[in-house]
Design a protein around this ligand. Structure first.
Ligand code: PMP
Length: 429
């Protein structure tokens, strides 16, 4: 009754909008034909693409991310949204903090999720802990160090690069020598170098940084949940990750945590960070980490993204972090054996340095890697990818993370690769 009343009294525009929705559902005749253009003040018509339904095919996402999202997380993300400042939302954000503390193995109070992808966490870490003119040391053995170096340069830091070819790694001795030489306020290392498939050792580096009064920043976007990391035990001052890899949430949120040393540096700076959105003085309040009684509006957080992130953290908490690491290792070992049986060469020779979530294969001799990948996508609806940044033309990357981390998926990936190796023979030089 009330509805009928509403319908009758609804302004014309609302009725038109409802009719428009119905017409979109039918999608038979182009809408424009039914619109009286002479009545319209618009010079730009509705784009034809917008009158077609959304298309997002089902694909096996066996590249370096994003990976397929389990139905439970999709369902969480699809729940009706609530206000970003509602008390229930604060509870969800508090839960997320606890979940991140678990998966990072940290007791840091200053633990939040960025509204943005892994790059947002990268920028947040650098922008807040470094001031223009300060020295930053970056370990580069793939693309991610290069990115952080560029981010730090853009905000005016004095950047020093330690560079190795993709797949290379740095000894603690090399790191200490460079820290002594450049006296950085921040040293950056990628734990899971997804462009090269390398999992860098971390033990002892935090102690070196402490000894030389430098903050230790570690990127675990590609390794979190797949390879062990212990933020507190390993004396990591700032740790960040992303949502779309082993966590299996959709892209768009990024966990980050700062310990007391990092907080001391970032909250005692002389200049304001270059970004308002990523300023931790605001974000720490928004996430309830600053001890203030009121949490104030700073920006509108991605409510659905936080639902999904909470669910993904809950899945890891239920399964157990150690079980998640064990499973990734077991499935990765199974993949390595299968790849070697196909006559393929793993790009990282040292088994203990391979990143369990993203495996890199040297491009087989005589094959065109683009053609192999295109064949696999076309005939198997499966994404594998080539290299990234300095590893382009060197590797093919297979990512089996979280939900996708199953031996049955390894079998499918190996089958697709074998098929491509047989049928792309023409591309052999
Ligand atoms: N670091 C690493 C190790 C990554 O693998 C990625 C994503 N591939 C990023 C940072 C950047 O994350 P995003 O694409 O979510 O911004």
């Amino acid at each position: 009754m009330q509805r009928a009343l509403f319908r009758r009294s609804a302004p014309l525009a609302q009725q038109a909008a409802a009719a428009f929705d119905n017409q979109l559902a039918a999608r038979s005749a182009p809408l424009l034909q039914r619109v009286d253009r002479s009545m319209s003040s618009l010079t730009i018509p509705p784009p034809a693409c917008m009158l077609r339904p959304l298309e997002a095919p089902l694909r096996y996402l066996f590249g370096p991310g994003p990976s397929n999202v389990p139905p439970r997380i999709l369902a969480a993300q699809g729940r009706p949204i609530i206000g970003h400042l509602h008390p229930e939302m604060y509870t969800i954000m508090n839960d997320i903090q606890r979940g991140i503390q678990y998966i990072f193995q940290t007791e840091n109070n200053m633990t939040i999720a960025m509204s943005g992808s892994g790059h947002a966490a990268m920028e947040c870490a650098v922008f807040n802990t470094v001031e223009p003119g300060e020295s930053v040391l970056v370990a580069i053995n793939g693309i991610w160090g290069e990115r952080v170096a560029e981010i730090a340069e853009r905000m005016g830091a004095n950047v020093h690069r330690m560079v190795k070819a993709p797949g290379g790694y740095f000894s603690n001795k090399e790191i200490e020598q460079a820290v002594k030489k450049h006296k950085p306020v921040l040293f950056f290392l990628t734990h899971g170098e997804s462009s090269a498939g390398l999992c860098h050792p971390v033990d002892g580096i935090g102690d070196i940084c402490r000894k030389h009064n430098c903050l230790f920043l570690v990127d675990t976007v590609a390794s979190l949940g797949a390879a062990p990391i212990f933020m507190d035990k390993q004396n990591i001052d700032i740790l960040y990750s992303g949502s779309q890899k082993a966590l299996n949430a959709p892209p768009g949120t990024a966990p980050i945590s700062f310990n007391e040393r990092a907080c001391h540096k970032m909250f005692n700076r002389k200049t304001k960070p270059v970004s308002y959105l990523f300023d931790m003085t605001h974000l720490s309040n928004y996430w309830g980490c600053d001890g203030q009684p009121a949490r104030l509006y700073h920006h509108t957080g991605p409510v659905s993204g936080f639902f999904a992130l909470r669910e993904s953290l809950a899945i890891i908490a239920e399964k157990g972090l150690e079980e998640s690491w064990r499973k990734h290792k077991e499935v990765a070992d199974y993949l390595y054996r299968g790849l070697e049986d196909l006559g393929l060469k793993l790009f990282i020779p040292e088994a203990e340095l391979r990143l369990p979530s993203v495996t890199t294969i040297a491009i087989p001799d005589g094959y065109n890697w683009r053609e192999l990948l295109a064949y696999i996508m076309k005939h198997h609806q499966m994404e594998m990818t080539g290299g990234l940044g300095p590893s382009i033309g060197m590797v093919i990357r297979i990512g089996l993370m979280g939900y996708n981390c199953e031996k049955s998926n390894v079998d499918m990936a190996l089958n697709a690769l074998a098929d491509a190796l047989t049928n792309c023979k023409k591309s052999k030089v």
